[in-house]
Design a protein around this ligand. Structure first.
Ligand code: CAA
Length: 445
């Protein structure tokens, strides 16, 4: 069977930055460590006044096409995943194709375009759609572009305000991929939940504390479902485990629970038992309360063990390096986590070709999906070509008053104009409104 997977990726961050420790925490009267240590975030990315989900997605896609030497004829499908769409009918992929047609010869009239919605997991679902399209033999030798793009804004004063972000990841899905091959093994955990939703409104209604519990519950289901098809997971099977990362502290919680799950009834549990005892089993307790208390104590002790700390530092922490500086990118978040991991491998001189990764996606509402991927021989060249560090370093650092102006500028309910803070260069920009209320874009050299 020919390998199908992610051939290449490109990233585009919003051009502005809000520093959580320096700017956000003092304004809220909070200890900066609530954000840097508790949530695990240093800063969030924001879109400048000329940026939105179309410009960021089109810019990432153009970088992808330029770097891979692609023309519109090479692309048979453009799918956009977003939870920040501004149109209930016309998909964002048509706007992005329109942008790209301004700068390339030819057009995308032959390309199937769509928009996927299931909160943050829609990016992974779009990758799946592209994979299935190629596997079904319907691609006529062409590749698919999947764009995960979001302006993850919360209402001001919402508990989620510290976890905002803005950016896009473009992924090229092809046969014989250079970056990772996707496995056919997948596990799902899906249930009708009301933890985070946007009922025809721009900013989410969120039950933050509950959303954390729903994330963990659905992830556990997905892991069990994955094991039912791929066999039991062993803690050393995967070189990295990229998770959906609304904030790194969320992944810290999920990783500890995953570790407890996969080490149960293994030699690792026995080895750990010498220091912290065996994992509590429900049947050994009279009621749920006692059992849950014992689990909490076990988890606290587990997180202090050298074995757990080494595993976390090697397998999970490298997936969080970009998220710490850019915040939540919703649909793009798990794809950024994959890039972070491989970037760390490159920076530390680790050859991961042929190694497996366990990728854990999540969308509120709610669904988790877990699948395996195998890193391909071309990974180093692909990751070395990314300029995400420069993009992150070049962002304009907003003051609090400027942040409020930017937030208002991107609020669909307010009609506020704002001078840009950065000068666009070699990128698509929002250029005003058309006669039917459509948004218009142009390419700035
Ligand atoms: N030093 C160190 N740590 C500190 C601290 C300090 N001075 N002060 C607080 N902390 C810790 C807290 O103990 C807590 O850590 P633990 O959960 O490990 O105990 C952490 O910092 C956050 O503190 P709070 O829980 O008090 O923070 P909060 O209530 O203000 O906000 C939140 C947390 C509810 C998750 C909020 O950020 C939120 O609503 N976020 C949006 C929803 C979200 O991202 N949910 C995640 C799952 S849903 C999902 O993944 C989909 C998605 O993308 C949205």
């Amino acid at each position: 069977m020919t390998a199908v997977g992610i051939d290449a990726v490109e990233v585009w961050t919003g051009n502005l930055k809000l520093d959580l420790a320096e700017t956000f925490a003092p304004e809220k009267g909070d200890d900066p460590e609530k954000y840097t240590k508790g949530l695990g975030l240093r800063a969030s990315s924001f879109p400048d006044s000329y940026e939105d989900i179309v410009t960021m997605g089109a810019n990432a896609s153009k970088e992808l096409m330029d770097r891979k030497g692609l023309t519109p004829d090479d692309i048979g499908r453009i799918d956009v995943a977003t939870e920040s769409s501004f149109d209930n009918s016309k998909p964002i992929s048509t706007y992005i194709a329109g942008c790209l047609e301004q700068v390339y010869d030819g057009d995308f009239h032959h390309a199937n375009k769509g928009e996927r919605k299931f909160a943050c997991i829609a990016g992974t679902q779009s990758v799946d759609d592209a994979y299935n399209w190629i596997r079904a033999g319907r691609n006529r030798g062409r590749s698919a572009i999947v764009v995960a793009t979001d302006t993850a804004l919360y209402a001001r004063g919402d508990a989620g305000e510290a976890t905002q972000g803005a950016g896009a990841v473009a992924l090229l899905i092809s046969e014989d991929p250079d970056l990772v091959e996707l496995s056919t093994h997948q596990g799902y955990g899906s249930a009708d939940e009301t933890d985070f939703l946007k009922p025809n409104q721009q900013f989410p209604s969120v039950d933050g504390k509950r959303s954390v519990q729903v994330y963990l519950a659905r992830m556990r289901e997905a892991l069990e479902d994955y094991e039912s098809v791929a066999g039991d997971v062993h803690i050393d099977d995967f070189v990295y485990a990229p998770f959906h990362t609304p904030f790194p502290g969320m992944v810290r919680k999920a990783a500890a629970l995953a570790y407890r799950h996969v080490t149960r009834d293994t030699g690792v549990e026995e080895e750990l038992a010498e220091g912290i005892g065996r994992q509590p089993r429900r049947e050994s307790f009279d009621d749920d309360g006692q059992y849950e208390e014992a689990v909490r104590e076990y988890m606290d002790a587990l997180k202090e063990t050298e074995q757990y700390r080494d595993w976390y530092a090697g397998t999970v922490d490298p997936t969080l390096s970009i998220a710490r500086d850019v915040g939540n990118w919703y649909t793009a978040s798990v794809h950024l986590a994959r890039i972070s991991a491989l970037k760390t491998a490159l920076e530390t001189g680790r050859d991961v070709a042929g190694e497996s990764m366990l990728v854990a996606s999540y969308g509120s509402g709610a669904q988790a999906e877990i699948h395996g991927e195998t890193v391909q021989d071309g990974w180093e060249e692909e990751i070395a070509a990314l300029d995400i560090d420069e993009q992150v370093a070049d962002r304009y650092d907003l003051s609090w008053a400027e942040y409020e102006q930017v937030h208002d500028r991107h609020n669909h309910e307010t009609d506020s104009e704002l001078e840009e803070f950065t000068a666009p260069e070699a990128e698509f920009v929002f250029d005003g409104w058309g006669r039917m209320g459509e948004r218009k874009y142009t390419y700035v050299e």
